[in-house]
Every structure is written in structure tokens, then in C-alpha cells.
Design a binder for this molecule. Sequence first.
Ligand SMILES: CC(C)(C)c1ccc(C(=O)Nc2cc(-c3ccccc3)nn2-c2ccccc2)cc1
Length: 315
Amino acid sequence: VDNPNYCVSRKKMNPLKCPKTVKLQTILLMRVIGEGAFGRVFLGTCAHLIKKNEFTIVAVKTLKGNSSESLKRDFEREAEMLSSLEHENIVTFYGVCTESDQWMMIFEFMENGDLNKFLRMHGPDAAMLRAGDMSQELQQQLTKEQLMKIVIQIASGLEYLASQHFVHRDVATRNCLVGADLVVKLGDFGMSRDIYCTDYYKVDGTAIIPVRWMPPESIMYRTFTVESDVWSFGVTLWEVYTYGKQPWFEYSNIEVIEHIKNHRTLRRPPICPDVIYKIMTGCWKSSPQDRLTMKEITRLLETELPSTLVYIDII
Ligand SMILES: CC(C)(C)c1ccc(C(=O)Nc2cc(-c3ccccc3)nn2-c2ccccc2)cc1
């Protein structure tokens, strides 16, 4: 399935860079960490990637050996696009290996997996599931300061994509990755439609779209813009402050489409700070041009950060 946003934004994006070629003999695949319709994702190592005689731990997305010419063209387009994006909150794309019949894309490895899983594992429900042992529970649940740190990073990555005229079309916690020390980056391996299939709705047999994250104009006219990414960022904020709940989980896809068309918006999560709810409602304006821009959102969040940081006096 062609991932259309790679070609749509091609027109306006800065000149595309040719992806770096990684030698097959420097790649060692160790374990499957994900499975999708078009291939698998492995944990692996890559030698001499960053420094000579050093190994880098990587995530390797493979394209099935018997893939069609059109899937191979998609692969090349996606690799070109990924090579032209570089930001501390965008997952690093190291390059491609097309020496064997299984083509590979080499990404930085993010050890804590996708953000939706991470939020659920460090939320109140998981804490309840863990027996007794208060200390373990406390250490596991994410604090509001940590949630703020998470959303600032997603906003920063999205502000960069908007500056590159890159329309993502599927901004959601499932398409963010978590590394060490609560580093969060936008990035995925194209498996969300398999792993999080209930987040997508199959319309007219072919397109499968993330309706719960989409604004009215995207649902009605299938237009995707930087402004529709802002709407999705607002829904992603809601996911973070509910520790990974599914938006509109009480409703079916058909009901959700009606709610969004009737300009109903998600309810404020109980633990949601004022500034976050202000941003959410600023993302969910019916007309795209009335919505906040990612630049305005990152400014609002940055002003908020100092007050949420706890300063520990160094004795
Ligand atoms: C945040 C960055 C720029 C790193 C980004 C943006 C978009 C995507 C993306 O759009 N992923 C994506 C969707 C599908 C996709 C699969 C099936 C059906 C419909 C869409 N594939 N991929 C995919 C392809 C090759 C490498 C990795 C991800 C990723 C990162």
C-alpha cells in the first residue's frame, strides 16, 4: 500500500537526499521485534555505522523478499524522504541495504518501544495490576512533569516536520517511540495498522484511516494538511494525559465519525493541566486556519515547563 504522504509533501519539501547505503556484512539481525503485512522489524547491530570498529544497536525494517516493483518504489521513496529529515525528536534513519532480496531500512533503536504501550505500562491501570509493593508502583507511574516532558518533545518534532512542509497524516502515540531517559521521538515502522488495527477504520474496502485522530475536513474531504496534523496532535495530547486510552473508546467508528462531523470534541481528561486543555481546544477548532500552529504550541509548552520542573537544591 503506497504511503501517500511521501509523495504529497515531496513537491514542497527541501531537495530530497539520497539515502546512505549500509553494507550487508556490517548488519547482524538478532531478534524480531515487530511483524507487519509487508515485512518484519528486527533488533540488530550495525558495525562502523557511526564510528569505525564500533557497533551501533539498530532497528531494521525489512521488506519481504518477493515484494512487487511498486512496493520497492515505495521503499525507495520512503527512504529518500526519511533521509531528508533530521531532528532530535525524529527517529534517526541511518540508511538502506538493498544487497540481498530482503531490502532493509536501518533506524536508531528506541529501547522502550512505542509510546502508547509505554503510557499504558506506566499508567494507573498497570499500577493497579501490579500486586502490593507500593514502592514499585510509585516508581512506575509517570508523573505530570514526565507527561509534560513527553508532550514537549512530540510538539518539537512536529514543529520541525511542519517547517519542512512534511504532512505526517498519522500523528498518534502509537507512532512515537520512547528511548532511554524518557526521550521521545516521532517515528514508526509502518506496522501500526497491523498492531493497532482497532485504531483504524476501513472505508470503501481499500483505505484504512485513523478516524479517531482526524479532523472533520480530513474525514469528509480526505484532505491532509499541516493543520490536520495539529488536530491529531491535540488528540495525541489527550492520549498522553489519559495514559494511552483510545480516543472515543466508548463509541464505534461510525458513531465517532458522526461526533467529529457534528463538531463534538473529546472530554477534558481528569488530570489534564489548564495549559494542556487550552492547547487541546486550540487544536480542535473546526476551521483549520483557526487552529494553533505547532510553533505557537511549542512556545506555550516551553513557558509551562519551568513551573513543572522540580528544582532540587544541590546540598
Ligand atoms: C516521523 C517520521 C518523519 C520519521 C515518519 C513519518 C511518517 C512515517 C510513516 O508514514 N510510516 C509508515 C506508514 C506506513 C504504512 C504502511 C501500510 C499502510 C499505510 C501506511 N508505512 N510507513 C513506513 C514506511 C517505511 C519506513 C517506516 C515507516 C514514518 C516516520
